[in-house]
Each structure stands twice: as C-alpha cells, then as structure tokens.
Design a protein around this ligand. Structure first.
Ligand SMILES: C[S@@+](CC[C@H](N)C(=O)[O-])C[C@H]1O[C@@H](n2cnc3c(N)ncnc32)[C@H](O)[C@@H]1O
Length: 467
C-alpha cells in the first residue's frame, strides 16, 4: 500500500506556500510570525489569493492521504459536527463559561439548565473540533472557537442562523423533491418541510421576530462586506454617460443603491420602487443632500412597469425568484423598454461560473448559496446560460448585451435590452466585458441546445401562467 505519487510533491509545495505566506505576512503586514491575523477578509487581494491557494493545496493533500473510501465515510459520518454545534448554540452553553478560568461540568449544567451527562458527552465531542477545552479534570474552559460563541457578534449570528435555521432545512431536500417533484413554488421547499409550515420563508419570518432579527443582522453584515459593497455598482457602469437621465431602482428597498449613485452622479434622478409597506417605511429616510433627486413609488414588480427611465436597476432581486417568476419580473419591464429606445435593464446579481472554472473552495461556496436559495425559497443562482434563458423567455427580443464584472465584486452587472433598441456594443465596458456583444451569439448558442429547449419550455409555462 502507498500514497498516490503526487502526495510528496504536493507536501513540498505546501511547505513552500506556508513559508512564502509567512514572509508576506511578517513583512507586508508587520504581523508577528507566531500570531497570524484571524480575519483575512480585509487583507490585500494577493494575500487572500495566497491563503486560498494554500487552503486548496492542503485540502487536496488531505484527500490524497485519506483515499476515496475514507473521504466518503468522513463526509457521511461527520454529521455530529453540526449536531453538537446546534446543541451548544441552542442551550447557549458558551455564554455560561467564564471568559478566563474554567467551570465544573455540574455547575455549567446547572447554569444552562441541561442534564450534566448530555453536557459532558456533547462537549467532549465538540472539544475534538477545538470547541471548548478541558484544562483540568471535569472542568470546561473556552477555546478561541467557543469564545466566539459566547457573546453577540457576527460569528454567533452566522453560526446560529446556519445551525438553527438552515441546517434543519438542508436535511429535508429529499422530502422537498419527493413531495413536490421540482415544482418551483415558494411554499414547496425543504424549508416548508423542516418548519412544518405552509408559509413561504419570508412570510414565516414575519411571525418569528428572533429569527427575523438575526437574519436581518446577517444580511446587513453580508451586504456591508467588501465584495457586496455598493461601490461596485457606482464604479462598475458608465453612469456618467447617462447625463441627466432617470434611473428606476426596482425593488430598491431602503434606497441605499440610489443614494450612493445620486451622490456620485449629481445629474441623475432616481425613483425607488418597492412594495407599498416597504416604501412607507423608507421614503422619509432619504438623506437631505440627495432628497430632491429621489422619489419613491409603490409598485409590484410582477405588474407592468409604469415609469419611464433610462435604466431599470434590478439589484439582488432575481436570485430570490425561480425562473418562471424571474421571467415575469423581466416581462413586466418590456413595455417600459418599448417606450424608450435608450432604456435598458441593469441586473446586478451573481453569475455562477461554469463547473471547474474557479478554485474548488470558492465554487463550493457559490454552489452552497445556490442550494440555500433553492431549499429555503426556491430561488436560483444562475450561470450565464440560465440568465440567457430567463431573459429570452421573458421576450424573444430581449438580449443580454454585456456582462460586466467589477473587480472585487461578488456580483456581475448584466446589461439587458431590446434587440432592436440599437444600443448593443456602443458603450465601452466599465469592467471586464465577458460578452462584448451578444445577440447573434446568443441565438446560436441557445438554438437546439438543452438550454434552448428549457428556455422554450420555460416560456410556455410562463405564457400559461399569464393567461
Ligand atoms: C433582496 S432585497 C434587494 C434590495 C435592494 N435592491 C438591494 O440591492 O439591496 C429584495 C427587495 O425586493 C422587494 N420586493 C419583494 N417582492 C416585491 C414585489 N412583488 N414588488 C416590488 N418589490 C418587491 C423587497 O421588499 C426587497 O426590498
């Protein structure tokens, strides 16, 4: 028996990567070699890439050493990791452990109101994952990991939401498929099975204030992280070229995108559209310096667009919806595009890469988000073929003219317009244009392929729903 031949070279490569990253951290960041930063998210891009490469190499080495059978066994049997974490978070164990020193198991059990026998066995398993330590016989103390679970903060919010909300949903995907066989209704999901409710997730959250508040904090944290920053919208498109044009921010929520754009482009005017109650909540909150150029309008985006504008912005809207709904939202904008030959739709959302096109860890994360939106509310993270499918299904004259990828942004900008709008390819790219000029290519790519077939099927479904 031996390890695969590429094991030793990989180990050597990892050693070199560790040495190089350590040097970079100590010199570039003046970081003591024995104390690496815990949070790499704010590090310069080259350091993040070096760390990603190292993690990928370590993962590959781990897989080589394990071999196929043990890799599968590990994947299948590590369910105790999330299960114990869920128990610890649910009973708020970490908050009862002192920040320094330790506490005896019976005292900790009494403080958390749990049976000491369960506590001891579950914590001793968790300790093998580095959560808590047992520095003296029958005493529990914090580890760096458990300390993060002891007080409110973004780590506890992320872990708590994942483990108490999404994890029970994820294990119900079998029932979702068996019960609804791929039906895309928002109330036919693994969430509905796990939470035994007929309500769609966002409707259910309205009646669950604790879950809703944590979810809102999490969304705020994500939306304010660098990859989601609204600066990518502001700098990623040729807004200045619109002169004194009008932008409709469809599903604009609080209007933070429009406010940022209004500040950067003093000639532009904005209308923020959303559901009536959202408009009522937000219309008084527009900052005074841009208030004269921003208006609100209650509008359901499943109905025809009433406003005239140069740009209809759909930021983080369509991924919330299954294909048939995304098609109806886009279709609602077509009359507005017909009214103004210069008008375009700007979709800011993720474009999932082709399988294998990015490092595995990143691809895994992107695909995990896709499974979350599928299992929770029948949403969809789309690749380019999916985007082309929904766009063409909305109206056969509608095309993706360009896909712009602002550097550092998790989202791409898809410029969508009517084929006969006469604007294709005229505007220079504000980021990397991966599809410089699309219509003819789209037709060829879609025709006769599985995507073309699904687009036709999709259009038929939506046409039927419209009847
Ligand atoms: C994920 S948020 C995106 C908000 C904003 N565009 C952004 O980028 O942060 C989705 C928004 O769509 C709005 N929305 C949901 N259903 C809607 C509908 N039928 N018509 C109009 N807006 C709707 C929600 O109220 C929410 O503000």
């Amino acid at each position: 028996m031996s390890f695969p031949p590429n094991t030793a070279p990989l180990f050597k490569e990892i050693t070199q990567q560790v040495a190089s990253l350590t040097t970079t951290l100590t010199t570039a960041l003046a970081q003591p070699a024995d104390k690496p930063p815990l949070d790499f998210s704010t590090a310069p891009p080259d350091i993040i890439t070096a760390r990603d490469d190292l993690l990928e190499a370590v993962r590959t080495l781990n897989e080589l050493v394990l071999g196929p059978a043990d890799r599968l066994r590990n994947m299948a049997t590590e369910y105790s990791d999330p299960a114990t974490l869920r128990w610890i978070v649910h009973f708020k164990i970490a908050s009862h452990v002192p920040s320094s020193g330790s506490i005896a198991y019976p005292a900790l059990a009494a403080a958390a109101a749990v049976p000491v026998a369960h506590l001891r066995r579950i914590l001793r398993y968790a300790m093998t994952n580095g959560i808590f330590t047992e520095p003296a016989s029958d005493h529990v103390a914090h580890s760096p990991l458990s300390a993060l679970l002891s007080a409110p903060g973004s780590v506890l919010d992320t872990v708590g939401h994942a483990i108490q909300f999404s994890y029970p949903v994820s294990v119900r995907m079998v029932e979702m498929t068996e019960r609804w066989e791929g039906d895309e209704a928002k109330d036919h999901t693994a969430f509905n099975v796990a939470f035994e409710t007929p309500l769609p997730m966002f409707g259910w959250l309205k009646g669950a204030p604790d879950h809703a508040a944590r979810f809102a904090r999490l969304m705020t944290a994500i939306n304010t992280s660098p990859a989601y920053d609204v600066k990518h919208l502001v700098g990623g498109y040729e807004w200045a070229g619109l002169g004194g044009g009008r932008v409709v921010d469809v599903g604009g929520s609080t209007g933070h995108s429009s406010v940022a754009l209004a500040r950067a482009y003093p000639a532009l005017k904005f209308e923020i559209q959303d559901l009536e109650y959202v408009v009522e909540q937000n219309k008084a909150g527009v900052p005074a310096d841009v208030a004269d150029r921003i208006t609100f309008r209650a509008h359901d985006f499943f109905t025809p667009q009433p406003s005239i504008a140069d740009v209809f912005l759909l930021r983080q809207i369509l991924h919330d919806w299954p294909d048939e709904a995304a098609v109806r939202i886009l279709r609602g904008l077509v009359p507005a595009l017909e009214r103004n030959a210069d008008a375009r739709v700007l979709v800011m959302d993720q474009v999932v890469p082709e399988p294998g096109a990015m490092p595995r860890a990143k691809e895994k994360l992107a695909r995990a988000v896709d499974l979350i939106v599928l299992s929770h509310f029948n949403g969809k993270q789309r690749d380019l073929a999916d985007w082309k499918g929904v766009v063409r299904a909305a109206d056969e004259r509608l095309v993706i003219r360009r896909v712009l990828r602002p550097e550092g942004s998790v989202f791409a900008l898809l410029e969508v317009g009517l084929e006969d709008g006469g604007k294709a390819g005229e505007v220079s790219a504000g980021g990397e244009a991966v599809v410089p000029e699309v219509p003819a290519v789209d037709e060829a790519e879609l025709a006769g392929t599985a995507d073309g077939d699904s687009e036709a099927a999709l259009r038929a479904v939506v046409d039927k729903m419209d009847e």
